[in-house]
Design a protein around this ligand. Structure first.
Ligand SMILES: *Cc1c(COP(=O)(O)O)cnc(C)c1O
Length: 227
Protein backbone atom coordinates (compact mmCIF):
# COMPACT_ATOMS: atom_id res chain seq x y z
CA UNK A 1 0.00 0.00 0.00
CA UNK A 2 1.16 3.51 -0.78
CA UNK A 3 1.43 5.62 2.36
CA UNK A 4 0.36 9.23 2.78
CA UNK A 5 4.02 10.15 3.21
CA UNK A 6 4.86 8.63 -0.17
CA UNK A 7 1.90 10.32 -1.84
CA UNK A 8 2.81 13.63 -0.27
CA UNK A 9 6.37 13.25 -1.41
CA UNK A 10 5.18 12.63 -4.99
CA UNK A 11 2.93 15.67 -4.78
CA UNK A 12 5.84 17.90 -3.64
CA UNK A 13 7.91 16.44 -6.48
CA UNK A 14 5.19 17.03 -9.05
CA UNK A 15 4.80 20.60 -7.83
CA UNK A 16 8.52 21.22 -7.95
CA UNK A 17 8.75 19.88 -11.52
CA UNK A 18 5.91 22.15 -12.59
CA UNK A 19 7.43 25.17 -10.83
CA UNK A 20 10.81 24.60 -12.50
CA UNK A 21 9.16 24.66 -15.93
CA UNK A 22 7.22 27.83 -15.17
CA UNK A 23 8.59 31.28 -15.93
CA UNK A 24 7.25 32.59 -12.61
CA UNK A 25 10.12 32.57 -10.10
CA UNK A 26 8.33 32.34 -6.78
CA UNK A 27 7.97 29.15 -4.73
CA UNK A 28 4.48 27.63 -4.92
CA UNK A 29 2.84 26.57 -1.67
CA UNK A 30 0.96 23.32 -1.34
CA UNK A 31 -2.28 23.21 0.62
CA UNK A 32 -3.25 19.65 1.58
CA UNK A 33 -7.03 19.33 1.15
CA UNK A 34 -8.15 16.89 3.83
CA UNK A 35 -11.95 17.19 3.56
CA UNK A 36 -13.80 13.91 4.29
CA UNK A 37 -10.50 12.31 5.38
CA UNK A 38 -9.84 11.06 8.91
CA UNK A 39 -7.66 12.60 11.61
CA UNK A 40 -5.07 9.83 11.14
CA UNK A 41 -4.47 10.90 7.55
CA UNK A 42 -3.96 14.50 8.59
CA UNK A 43 -1.62 13.37 11.35
CA UNK A 44 0.40 11.31 8.86
CA UNK A 45 0.75 14.32 6.55
CA UNK A 46 1.72 16.51 9.50
CA UNK A 47 4.34 14.01 10.64
CA UNK A 48 5.81 14.15 7.16
CA UNK A 49 6.15 17.92 7.42
CA UNK A 50 2.95 19.29 5.89
CA UNK A 51 1.64 22.27 7.85
CA UNK A 52 -1.28 23.81 5.97
CA UNK A 53 -4.56 22.03 5.46
CA UNK A 54 -7.79 22.88 3.61
CA UNK A 55 -11.32 21.93 4.59
CA UNK A 56 -14.69 22.54 2.92
CA UNK A 57 -17.47 21.45 5.26
CA UNK A 58 -17.95 23.59 8.37
CA UNK A 59 -18.97 20.98 10.96
CA UNK A 60 -16.30 18.48 9.99
CA UNK A 61 -13.71 21.23 9.66
CA UNK A 62 -14.28 22.65 13.13
CA UNK A 63 -13.95 19.21 14.71
CA UNK A 64 -10.59 18.74 13.05
CA UNK A 65 -9.31 22.20 13.94
CA UNK A 66 -10.30 21.61 17.55
CA UNK A 67 -8.70 18.18 17.61
CA UNK A 68 -5.39 19.73 16.57
CA UNK A 69 -5.78 22.81 18.78
CA UNK A 70 -2.56 22.00 20.65
CA UNK A 71 -0.53 21.78 17.47
CA UNK A 72 0.09 25.50 17.04
CA UNK A 73 2.08 25.43 13.81
CA UNK A 74 -0.80 23.99 11.80
CA UNK A 75 -2.45 26.45 9.42
CA UNK A 76 -6.11 25.87 8.55
CA UNK A 77 -7.75 27.19 5.39
CA UNK A 78 -11.48 27.18 4.81
CA UNK A 79 -12.07 26.59 1.09
CA UNK A 80 -15.76 25.60 0.83
CA UNK A 81 -18.88 27.61 0.02
CA UNK A 82 -19.97 29.83 2.93
CA UNK A 83 -23.60 30.18 3.94
CA UNK A 84 -24.06 33.34 5.96
CA UNK A 85 -25.53 31.50 8.95
CA UNK A 86 -22.33 29.39 9.11
CA UNK A 87 -19.84 32.22 9.02
CA UNK A 88 -19.29 32.51 12.77
CA UNK A 89 -17.52 29.18 13.42
CA UNK A 90 -15.35 29.89 10.38
CA UNK A 91 -14.41 33.33 11.73
CA UNK A 92 -13.63 31.79 15.11
CA UNK A 93 -11.48 28.84 14.05
CA UNK A 94 -9.60 29.41 10.82
CA UNK A 95 -6.38 31.18 9.86
CA UNK A 96 -7.39 31.66 6.23
CA UNK A 97 -10.65 31.77 4.28
CA UNK A 98 -10.23 31.30 0.53
CA UNK A 99 -13.88 31.33 -0.52
CA UNK A 100 -15.16 34.85 0.16
CA UNK A 101 -17.24 35.90 -2.84
CA UNK A 102 -19.57 38.63 -1.57
CA UNK A 103 -19.51 41.60 0.75
CA UNK A 104 -22.18 40.23 3.05
CA UNK A 105 -19.92 37.31 3.99
CA UNK A 106 -16.83 39.49 4.33
CA UNK A 107 -18.73 41.82 6.63
CA UNK A 108 -19.92 38.99 8.84
CA UNK A 109 -16.45 37.41 9.05
CA UNK A 110 -15.01 40.77 10.06
CA UNK A 111 -17.64 41.30 12.75
CA UNK A 112 -17.40 37.74 14.04
CA UNK A 113 -13.61 37.41 14.13
CA UNK A 114 -12.74 37.38 17.87
CA UNK A 115 -10.78 40.43 18.98
CA UNK A 116 -7.82 38.59 20.48
CA UNK A 117 -7.08 36.60 17.33
CA UNK A 118 -4.80 37.70 14.48
CA UNK A 119 -6.59 39.05 11.40
CA UNK A 120 -8.30 36.47 9.21
CA UNK A 121 -6.34 36.01 5.96
CA UNK A 122 -8.78 36.32 3.06
CA UNK A 123 -8.83 35.31 -0.59
CA UNK A 124 -11.60 36.36 -2.95
CA UNK A 125 -13.03 33.42 -4.86
CA UNK A 126 -13.53 34.21 -8.54
CA UNK A 127 -15.76 32.18 -10.87
CA UNK A 128 -13.49 32.69 -13.85
CA UNK A 129 -15.22 30.13 -16.08
CA UNK A 130 -18.72 31.47 -15.22
CA UNK A 131 -19.65 27.94 -14.19
CA UNK A 132 -23.18 27.95 -12.75
CA UNK A 133 -22.16 25.04 -10.48
CA UNK A 134 -19.35 27.04 -8.84
CA UNK A 135 -19.32 29.82 -6.27
CA UNK A 136 -17.24 32.92 -6.80
CA UNK A 137 -17.71 36.50 -7.90
CA UNK A 138 -17.27 37.72 -11.45
CA UNK A 139 -13.95 39.36 -12.40
CA UNK A 140 -15.58 42.79 -12.59
CA UNK A 141 -16.70 42.47 -8.96
CA UNK A 142 -13.20 41.90 -7.57
CA UNK A 143 -12.30 45.58 -7.16
CA UNK A 144 -15.19 46.58 -4.92
CA UNK A 145 -14.98 43.43 -2.81
CA UNK A 146 -11.21 43.91 -2.44
CA UNK A 147 -11.79 47.48 -1.30
CA UNK A 148 -14.18 46.32 1.40
CA UNK A 149 -11.88 43.53 2.65
CA UNK A 150 -8.76 45.71 2.60
CA UNK A 151 -10.47 48.28 4.82
CA UNK A 152 -11.99 45.74 7.25
CA UNK A 153 -10.27 45.84 10.61
CA UNK A 154 -10.07 42.11 11.31
CA UNK A 155 -9.49 40.89 7.75
CA UNK A 156 -6.30 40.92 5.69
CA UNK A 157 -6.65 40.76 1.92
CA UNK A 158 -4.14 38.20 0.58
CA UNK A 159 -5.35 37.57 -2.97
CA UNK A 160 -7.55 35.43 -5.19
CA UNK A 161 -8.73 31.84 -5.48
CA UNK A 162 -10.48 29.96 -8.26
CA UNK A 163 -11.86 26.54 -9.14
CA UNK A 164 -12.46 26.26 -12.87
CA UNK A 165 -15.14 24.27 -14.61
CA UNK A 166 -14.41 20.57 -14.88
CA UNK A 167 -12.78 19.98 -18.26
CA UNK A 168 -10.09 17.74 -19.75
CA UNK A 169 -9.15 20.47 -22.21
CA UNK A 170 -5.74 21.59 -20.98
CA UNK A 171 -5.66 24.68 -23.17
CA UNK A 172 -8.98 25.80 -21.82
CA UNK A 173 -7.72 25.30 -18.25
CA UNK A 174 -4.53 27.19 -19.02
CA UNK A 175 -6.54 30.03 -20.52
CA UNK A 176 -8.73 30.38 -17.43
CA UNK A 177 -5.67 30.36 -15.19
CA UNK A 178 -4.00 33.02 -17.31
CA UNK A 179 -7.09 35.20 -16.97
CA UNK A 180 -6.86 34.73 -13.20
CA UNK A 181 -3.22 35.73 -13.21
CA UNK A 182 -4.20 38.94 -15.02
CA UNK A 183 -6.84 39.69 -12.38
CA UNK A 184 -4.20 39.03 -9.72
CA UNK A 185 -1.62 41.33 -11.32
CA UNK A 186 -4.24 44.06 -11.68
CA UNK A 187 -5.22 43.68 -8.03
CA UNK A 188 -1.58 43.98 -6.94
CA UNK A 189 -1.20 47.35 -8.62
CA UNK A 190 -3.54 48.75 -6.01
CA UNK A 191 -2.70 46.37 -3.15
CA UNK A 192 1.02 45.53 -3.37
CA UNK A 193 0.82 43.44 -0.18
CA UNK A 194 -1.42 40.92 -1.97
CA UNK A 195 0.72 37.80 -2.50
CA UNK A 196 -1.48 34.75 -3.02
CA UNK A 197 -3.08 33.30 -6.14
CA UNK A 198 -4.65 29.99 -5.14
CA UNK A 199 -5.34 27.80 -8.16
CA UNK A 200 -4.60 24.27 -9.32
CA UNK A 201 -5.83 20.95 -7.91
CA UNK A 202 -4.85 17.32 -8.47
CA UNK A 203 -6.19 17.38 -12.04
CA UNK A 204 -4.81 20.68 -13.30
CA UNK A 205 -1.78 21.58 -11.19
CA UNK A 206 0.65 21.93 -14.12
CA UNK A 207 -1.54 24.36 -16.06
CA UNK A 208 -2.13 26.46 -12.92
CA UNK A 209 1.56 26.68 -12.05
CA UNK A 210 2.47 27.48 -15.64
CA UNK A 211 0.06 30.42 -15.48
CA UNK A 212 1.52 31.76 -12.22
CA UNK A 213 -0.27 30.09 -9.31
CA UNK A 214 1.36 30.71 -5.92
CA UNK A 215 -0.61 28.04 -4.04
CA UNK A 216 -2.08 24.75 -5.24
CA UNK A 217 -4.77 22.85 -3.33
CA UNK A 218 -4.23 19.11 -3.53
CA UNK A 219 -6.60 16.52 -2.08
CA UNK A 220 -6.96 13.31 -4.09
CA UNK A 221 -3.27 12.99 -4.97
CA UNK A 222 -2.30 13.04 -1.29
CA UNK A 223 -5.18 11.39 0.55
CA UNK A 224 -6.73 9.23 -2.18
CA UNK A 225 -10.19 9.30 -3.77
CA UNK A 226 -13.09 10.70 -1.76
CA UNK A 227 -16.43 8.91 -1.48
C1 LIG B 1 -11.79 19.36 -2.89
C2 LIG B 1 -11.12 20.62 -3.28
C3 LIG B 1 -9.80 20.63 -3.77
C4 LIG B 1 -8.96 19.39 -3.96
O1 LIG B 1 -9.33 18.73 -5.13
P1 LIG B 1 -8.55 17.41 -5.62
O2 LIG B 1 -9.02 17.26 -7.02
O3 LIG B 1 -8.97 16.30 -4.73
O4 LIG B 1 -7.10 17.69 -5.54
C5 LIG B 1 -9.24 21.87 -4.06
N1 LIG B 1 -9.91 23.01 -3.91
C6 LIG B 1 -11.18 23.05 -3.45
C7 LIG B 1 -11.86 24.37 -3.28
C8 LIG B 1 -11.82 21.86 -3.12
O5 LIG B 1 -13.08 21.91 -2.67
Amino acid sequence: MVTIAERLNSAYQRLQDAAEKSSYPHPVRLLAVSKTKPIESIQAAYDYGQRCFGESYVQEAIEKVQYFANTPDMEWHFIGPIQSNKSRPIAEHFHWVQSVDREKIAKRLDEQRPLGMPALQVLIQVNISSDPAKSGCMPDEIASLAKFIASAEKLTLRGLMTITELTDDKNKQLNYFQQMRQCFDTLRVQYPEVDTLSMGMSGDLEQAVQAGSTMVRIGTDIFGQRQ
